[in-house]
Design a protein. Structure first.
Length: 327
């Protein structure tokens, strides 16, 4: 039998007797216990990286056991055997074990026959996190400390907003992954949104895709405009783009439809924000994107903005009166 006692410094490794030794494995009939101690208010995090111990369904022959305390009278956290790599252990959620207090006991046992390579692990200090003080809030749970990977949830009082809204998760070093505060709720104007991390109002125009973003008063985010839409200059609403109309038969009143669609007709156009498509006049047709009417082929535009056929113009021109008779 062997007995070791170690006091945690920062991080250290432990292993079964003789590990790693690929040709001469761990000895038979061995009991090796290791006590890991930390300071009061700290915990032990044990992370297995490799296990190759004689397998049995209930790990009765050879095994490594992890206890939540000073000896094997403490609550049992884990019993492991078989062959498992680091990836296997993580996938099976068997790689990490945490003590509830400042002590952990690891016991390795082998019987009188069949031995393999053993195990390898690393242990380290894990600090508890103290309950934060946040004005104008209610914090749960009510305990004064939480352990590693546990969290506090913050609920702000009426009239205040939590930012960010994520729970505060305890890290190894005794700090939280986020800092939460309760600020007076800000109602942003239309065309702005409330940035959660800073509780400040930010203009939709500052976003990367601002041409297609708008917000109503008091919004917490800028909404993306629908198909065929773009934001107005103030980013307070969405308008149909030029060449699109707000409503056509068979479509929702909140949908923009292209003026070049089969329901709208081939010879229709619209300006930005138009509620309907407008038919082009005689001798006119839409340009490529249906934003304006242009004279059709064989037509030309007069000063009165009407399109006249070239042949008609020739007929209406009194060319004969301009001829000089030949003598």
């Amino acid at each position: 039998k062997q007995w070791y006692q170690r006091r945690v410094a920062i991080t250290a490794g432990i292993a079964s007797p003789g590990y790693p030794r690929h040709y001469n494995n761990y000895p038979d009939s061995t009991d090796c216990g290791i006590v890991i101690l930390a300071e009061e208010g700290q915990q032990i995090l044990l992370e297995f990286s490799y296990i190759y111990i004689e397998y049995s369904k209930t790990c009765d022959y050879d095994y490594v056991k992890v206890y939540d305390g000073l000896d094997k009278n403490a609550p049992l956290l884990a019993t492991l055997c078989g062959r498992k790599t680091r990836e296997d252990l993580r996938e099976l959620k068997l790689s990490e074990w945490i003590s509830s207090g400042n002590a952990m006991y690891i016991l390795f046992h082998s019987d009188s026959s069949v031995n393999d390579e053993g195990y390898s692990a690393v242990y380290s200090i894990v600090n508890t996190c103290k309950k934060p003080t946040i004005e104008n809030s209610n914090i749960s749970p009510t305990e004064e400390t939480v352990n590693y990977q546990e969290s506090y949830s913050v609920t702000c009082m009426a009239g205040y907003t939590t930012y960010p809204s994520d729970p505060m998760v305890c890290q190894k070093d005794g700090t939280f992954d986020v800092t939460v505060a309760c600020g007076i709720h800000i109602s942003c104007s239309a065309g702005e949104y409330r940035e959660e991390s800073t509780n400040a109002c930010v203009e939709c125009a500052a976003l990367q895709d601002a041409d297609y973003r708008f917000s109503a008063e008091g919004a917490d985010r800028c909404t993306i405009c629908g198909p065929g839409e773009e934001a107005n200059a103030e980013h307070t609403a969405c308008l149909c783009r030029a060449g699109w109309s707000r409503y056509r038969t068979g479509y929702s009143r909140h949908t923009c439809v292209g003026c070049g669609c089969f329901l709208c007709g081939t010879y229709e156009v619209s300006a930005e924000g138009a509620e309907d498509c407008t038919a082009c006049g005689e001798g006119k047709e839409p340009n490529y994107d249906h934003t304006a009417c242009v004279c059709s082929a064989g037509q030309y535009r007069e000063e009165s903005d009407t399109c006249v056929a070239v042949e008609e113009k020739r007929k209406n021109t009194d060319c004969d009166s301009a001829l000089i008779p030949l003598l």
